[in-house]
Design a binder for this molecule. Structure first.
Ligand code: GLU
Length: 313
């Protein structure tokens, strides 16, 4: 079977250097193996991801010279390519999980979830304490009258391990390290974890390339692959890009956004500098994506967060 990679950006703003590095690595990793690339717009949160941002994103990726075979404008056999148009697939997957008796309604408010007494992980994320898993049917029925519930997946006390294509072995105990996680929010929006698994499987994706901030989502996703009877892809997580002052880049970092960069430099300058930070361009000289195919290798990419030197961009 041939390699299928994907770009899966969330268009909640203009893409920044971290997103570009992600798309570039996904593109290089797939194209080096003569693979195909799919563009999928992760706009589950339609309020935060208006269509004009998605359109701008496609335009920015084209400007960068990163091409793809299937996507919103290109079309293809695996569409639609907007997650906001794929809810029937997420609903079908949810029903499969419900049939296994693993889904339960959760009525906890944001304040309850984030209470100081809630178990927290090292990175500050809350591990759901399982409060609503213990409700009796009568209690659930009473709460249903007052509030639309979110839906959670009950996870077992099991350790899930996998070997990341770049970061190496990783494992996590589902109950202790992540807890029962959301499949659908109380407003009806499907959760990222469910949507990404359903879509990658439906689109035949064989390798997922994304930032290390999603490494700890992978055991949850592997668990979903198992429950849904789907074949998981290979995963490659790469280190995060940090602003020169050491903060994580965000869509609010004007300097790192393509809107200012496009006015100041060419696409090959952006790619060349990012490839230099990624370890596969010997200097920060301009390079096209095509030209970088000869130099790219996962073994060259650093394992730790990369701080962007001041003045590079
Ligand atoms: N849409 C996610 C993001 O932009 C990426 C999800 C993934 O690659 O699994 O962070």
């Amino acid at each position: 079977m041939g390699t299928v990679g994907r770009f899966a950006p969330s268009p909640s703003g203009r893409i920044h250097l971290g997103n570009i590095l992600c798309c570039m690595l996904a593109w290089l990793s797939a194209r080096q193996k003569d693979g195909r690339v799919i563009l999928r717009i992760e706009d589950l949160d339609t309020a935060r991801c208006p269509r004009r941002y998605a359109d701008q994103m496609e335009e920015d990726l084209r400007w960068l010279g990163l091409d793809w075979d299937e996507g919103p404008t290109a079309g293809g056999p695996d569409g639609p390519y907007y997650q906001s148009q794929r809810t029937a697939l997420y609903q079908a997957a949810l029903e499969k999980l419900e049939a296994q008796g693993l889904v339960y309604p959760c009525f906890c408010t944001r304040a309850e979830l984030h209470a100081a007494s809630a178990p927290h992980r090292e990175d500050g994320q809350v591990v759901y304490a399982g409060t609503c898993r213990r409700l009796t049917p009568e209690e659930t029925a009473a709460k249903m009258e007052r509030r639309n519930p979110a839906l959670r997946l009950a996870v077992p006390d099991e350790t899930w391990s996998f070997v990341d294509g770049h970061m190496g072995p990783y494992s996590e105990n589902l109950a202790r390290d992540c807890g029962d996680f959301l499949l659908r929010r109380s407003d009806g929006m499907f959760a990222y974890q469910l949507a990404v698994v359903v879509d990658d499987a439906a689109m035949g994706v064989t390798e997922v390339v994304r930032g290390a901030d999603l490494l700890d989502s992978t055991p949850r996703q592997l668990y979903l692959y198992r429950l849904l009877g789907l074949e998981p892809p290979a995963f490659f997580h790469f280190p995060l890009l940090l602003a020169p002052d050491g903060r994580r880049l965000s869509k609010r970092d004007a300097d790192a956004g393509l809107d200012t960069l496009r006015g100041r430099m060419t696409a090959t300058e952006v790619l060349g500098k990012l490839a230099y930070l990624g370890g596969f361009n010997p200097s920060a000289e301009p390079r096209t994506a095509e030209a970088l195919l000869a130099d790219f290798g996962w073994d060259k990419v650093p394992g730790k967060d990369i701080r962007i030197p001041k003045g590079l961009f």
